[in-house]
Design a protein around this ligand. Sequence first.
Ligand code: ADP
Length: 321
Amino acid sequence: TLNQPSLKKTTSVSSAGESSSSESLMIIEHRKRPCGDGFTVHKYLRGKLLGKGGFAKVYKVTSLDTNKEYAIKIVPKANLVKSRARQKLQTEIKIHRTMKHANICEYKHFFEDKTNCYILLELCHNQSMNEMIKRRKYLTEEETRFFMLQIVDAVSFMHEANVIHRDLKLGNLFLNKHLNIKVGDFGLATRLDTSDEKRKTICGTPNYIAPEVINGDKEKRGHSFEVDTWSMGVICYTMIVGKPPYESTDVKSTYRRILANEYSFPEGKVSCHARELISSMLQTDPKMRPTLDAMRSHPFFSERIPNALPHSCIVSQPIWA
Ligand code: ADP
C-alpha cells in the first residue's frame, strides 16, 4: 500500500467497481483519526467517464451528502505493482494536495481500498485544451492571451513553491464551467529543496519536452524551472497555429527537431508580438528564456484580453461585440 500519512485517513470504498453501467453508488468510509475506530460515511454517485489516462480512469461523481459534483480519478492497484508507478502516484498526491490556486485543478481527497486508489478532484466540465483545439483547429490571439495569462499565474504559484510541473501540455490544461484554465496531472511534478537544485530524471511528453531534458544525461547539467517555460512556449504556439512546433512522424525525429530548434511560423498567421514572445520562450539556452514576470509584461499581453470567454468558444471562434 501507499504508506503516506495523508493516505491513512480512509479505509474502504465499496461498490465503486469499474462496471460499465452509467451510474453506480460508491460508499466511502473516512476514518476520523488515523488510528481511531470512528467512521464517517460518505456516499457518491458515480456518473459518466470523463477521460482515461495512462494509469487511470476519471469519472464524474456527485456527493449524495452535499449534492456537489467532483471528478474522481480511479487508479487500479494492479497498475501500481511497479515501484516507479507507485512512486509517481505518491509524488502526484504529495505535491498536488499543496497546490491551491484558482487556475490549478483542486485536489480534495485520497481514498483507497483493496483494488483501487481514488483521488477526488475539482470537476472540470469542459474537458481539456486538447479537445478544444481539435474542435476549433486553432484559437484567436485574444483567446490565447486569456488562457496564457491564467497558465502563467498557475505556473508562478507552483514555481514560488519550488514545484516544477514538467508535463505542461494541452491535455493537462483542463477547462471548468466558465472556460477558465485548471492545470492538472502532477504525476511528473517535482519539488526542489532549494531553487538552484537541478533535476536529472528524464520526463515529459515528446512534443513539449525541453532540449535540456533530452540532453540531460549527456551534459550532466540537469534541468530546472525553465522547462515549464519551454512547454508554455509550445502550448502558446499550438494554440495559435493549431499544431505543435516540433511535431514529427516519430519521437526520434521530434527530439532531433527540438535539439536543432527547428520550427517555423506559418506565413501570415501569427502577429509580430506573438512570434516574439513564443521565440523567446523556445530558446535552447534555458537561461535566455523570459521569467514569468517578464512574460506577463510582454507587449503581446498589452493587446485586447477578454475578461471572460463566451461558452460558444468551445466549438467556434468568438465574435467580439
Ligand atoms: P493520467 O495521469 O493517468 O494521464 P489524467 O490526470 O491526465 O490521467 O486524467 C485523464 C483524463 O481524465 C484527462 O485527460 C481528462 O480528460 C480527464 N480528467 C482528469 N481530471 C479531470 C477533472 N478534474 N475534471 C474533468 N476531467 C478530468
